[in-house]
Design a protein around this ligand. Structure first.
Ligand SMILES: NC(=O)c1ccc[n+]([C@@H]2O[C@H](COP(=O)([O-])OP(=O)(O)OC[C@H]3O[C@@H](n4cnc5c(N)ncnc54)[C@H](O)[C@@H]3O)[C@@H](O)[C@H]2O)c1
Length: 382
């Protein structure tokens, strides 16, 4: 088994997800490459945090608080960087310039300017493999929908709806954290926080938004500051982006992309619906194993509900009829990253991670959406 030696920068929520995936790499049964985590870094490294990582990963040799120690560690071949958005530009640029492969978290730069700087570093270091994290398309039911996109079964597309909806911010007494502060999360607000996820599959399908009319909402304007007072909460909570999308085979259709932190009744719902003249299909993580398909050949219009099991793109030891969950999607995404790093191409078009070009397109869309909301008009996505 070939090994890629990794450093993790940012040991919070997502850092732990990657570490946990690496700890159960044996779960994947036909991988020819595996991650070996040799270095961990967090500015707020605590003894408990370090212990958690070291207990699960005997391969860790370096634990540090300065990300440059990871960047300058000659043993580190690749880095997973999961830090607040205000650090993406500086950290990603330094990692790439040091010649290390990178899985960077979304939104891949706090704004368009930061994303441009990251893309310049990528262009200057073409030998470095860089991808952006987004795991939901790796669920088996969604991979099936993706195969249908690849097989072009939908006919002329009537419309596409894609979204990512949370409800935890409905609780107005939830204290503020960095994801609700412009200086750390960025002007995009919820679009920067959640937006890459619903863009992933449409962009990989080649459905390109060419203009957008966006509506952004700041529903909760202040939150407890965690110290007994209140703090201004200026980030956009919800965003609805009505796009005109171009199909790679010609023609346009309406595509609606929603990112909401305040969506009543939703927990962590990522969905995609494609409606076409010959076929339609729906997927939502609310019912993560199910794909719904409606084929139309002039006869009855009936939705078929198909439950799928653990029929993953990257084979695992789990029985084929068992259900799939979030941490399985993370493991599959990492398999996708390492497969493409080793082979120079993804196993299938939709089992590759988000490319820097796709991340750039999301920045173009979010930047145009900010302008659209401000001007109350449709804005070109350029
Ligand atoms: N792919 C997904 O599903 C998903 C989900 C949540 C968050 N994210 C993204 O992951 C990234 C991190 O989010 P999170 O939820 O893990 O946040 P988090 O707050 O749980 O973790 C971030 C960690 O970074 C550390 N950190 C902050 N500044 C640092 C610095 N200068 N140097 C080193 N470490 C530093 C913090 O101490 C913290 O432990 C963000 O880009 C976010 O958008 C992705």
């Amino acid at each position: 088994m070939e090994t890629v030696k990794f450093g993790i920068i940012g040991l919070g929520l997502m850092g732990r997800e990657f570490a946990s995936a690496a700890m159960r790499w044996k779960h994947l049964s036909d991988m020819e490459v595996q991650p070996e985590i040799v270095s961990i870094c967090d500015i707020n490294l605590t003894p408990e945090m370090e212990q958690w990582y070291r207990e699960g990963l005997s391969t860790v040799k370096q634990a540090c608080t300065d990300y440059l120690d990871v960047v300058n560690n000659p043993e580190v071949e690749a880095v997973y960087c999961a830090v607040p958005h205000n650090y993406h530009e500086q950290f990603f640029v330094n990692i790439i310039t040091a010649g290390k492969h990178l899985m960077g978290e979304k939104p891949f730069g706090i704004d368009r300017r930061a994303n441009d700087a990251i893309n310049r570093a990528i262009a200057d270091n073409p030998e470095v493999f860089v991808r952006c994290s987004s795991e939901f398309p790796f669920t088996p039911a969604m991979q099936r929908l993706c195969r249908m996109i690849g097989e072009d079964v939908f006919g002329d597309i009537i419309e596409v709806e894609s979204g990512f909806l949370h409800s935890s911010d409905m609780n107005v007494s939830k204290p503020i954290n960095w994801k609700r502060m412009i200086q750390y999360n960025g002007e995009y607000g919820v679009m920067g926080d959640l937006g890459m996820h619903p863009c992933h599959v449409p962009f990989r399908a080649g459905w390109k938004p060419i203009n957008v009319r966006a509506y952004l909402s700041n529903l909760v304007k202040e939150r407890p500051d965690g110290k007994g007072g209140m703090a201004a909460c200026e980030t956009w909570d919800n965003a609805t982006m009505f796009c005109e999308a171009e199909h790679p085979h010609g023609g346009t259709f309406p595509m609606t992309i929603k990112t909401q932190r305040i969506a009543p009744g939703e927990k962590n719902t990522w969905y995609l619906t494609v409606r076409g003249m010959k076929c339609s299909a729906k997927f939502s993580t609310k019912n993560i194993n199910r794909i719904e398909i409606l084929k139309y050949d002039g006869g009855e219009q009936a939705w078929q509900c198909i439950d799928m099991g653990h029929e993953t793109t990257f084979k695992s030891v789990t029985g084929g009829i068992f259900e799939f969950g979030f941490s399985d999607a993370i493991l599959q995404m990492w398999a996708g990253f390492l497969y493409e790093l080793k082979n120079g191409r993804p196993k299938t078009n939709f089992s590759g991670c988000v490319t820097p070009d796709e991340a750039l397109l999301s920045h173009k869309l979010f930047t145009a959406s900010l302008e659209s909301h401000k001007m109350r008009s449709t804005v070109e996505v350029i």
